[in-house]
Ligand binder design. Structure first.
Ligand code: ADP
Ligand code: MG
Length: 225
């Protein structure tokens, strides 16, 4: 098994806005090793979300190579991509995207059931993850009854529910106040480390970036070297 979890080579993505072509990613080269937590740093509009969407197999339309766990995902068909995404990738977004009609534990159980886990096992795992994030008393609360920080912690538990090889986080604490953001982020890092997952975390926050193993800076469509 290779030590490299994610490898990007000459990744390009442009958008057409009216008559103008905006080249957002102009040839990104990067890699992540097993267990590494890496910041993707860059100002607003530099292409961080675009890059995570490509890596997360959420968006097509890019050129170049993306290898996840040694497999060239650009060659996969739609069904295989979906399978890869469910089995190997966990996402945390800036706005939690929890299902509003499901409570905290159900939101963490669901992705496990989709992947074929048994109900009882999925519940046990969800309760364990939420407990470790300090939400043991909040399992049956719906998202609307949770604070912003609590919602974001449920989203972290959901992302890790299937023990992903790679966690992609897009400004995961971007809508929280500074103290809450720090707390949630520290718990996120601890949980990711416990799992041995690699994580790529987009942020424009230098302070959060400093807590990670390494920083990739996105500038004018390239990763600075
Ligand atoms: P960041 O996450 O670093 O703030 P984004 O990846 O969201 O940056 O955006 C990078 C650039 O790509 C911006 O100029 C944005 O307007 C443009 N962009 C992103 N998505 C689209 C899209 N779907 N259509 C057109 N332009 C887009
Ligand atoms: Mg963004």
């Amino acid at each position: 098994m290779s030590d490299v979890v994610l490898e990007l080579a000459a990744l390009k993505r442009s958008f057409t806005q009216g008559d103008v072509i905006i080249e957002v990613l102009r040839g990104v080269d990067a890699h992540l090793k097993r267990g590494e937590i890496v910041a993707l740093l860059g100002p607003s509009g530099s292409g961080k979300s675009t890059m995570l969407q490509a890596v997360g197999l959420l968006e097509g339309g890019f050129d170049g190579t993306i290898r996840i766990d040694g497999e060239d995902v650009t060659r996969l068909g739609q069904g295989e991509r979906t399978k890869m995404r469910r089995e190997k990738i966990g996402f945390v977004y800036q706005f939690h995207h929890l299902l509003p009609d499901f409570n905290a534990i159900e939101n963490v159980v669901l992705p496990q059931l989709i992947r074929g886990a048994k109900q009882a096992e999925a519940e046990e795992r969800a309760a364990d993850l939420l407990g470790r994030l300090g939400l043991g008393e909040r399992l049956h609360h719906k998202p609307s009854k949770l604070s912003g920080g609590e919602q974001q912690r449920v989203a972290v538990a959901r992302a890790l529910a299937n023990r992903p090889l790679l966690v992609l986080a897009d400004e995961p604490t971007g809508n929280l106040d500074e103290a809450t953001a720090d707390r949630v982020f520290d718990q996120f890092v601890k949980l990711v480390r416990d799992h041995g997952s690699a994580a790529l975390v987009a942020t424009h926050n230098e302070r959060l970036a400093a807590k990670m193993d390494r920083v990739l800076r996105l500038h004018e469509g390239h990763i600075e070297v």
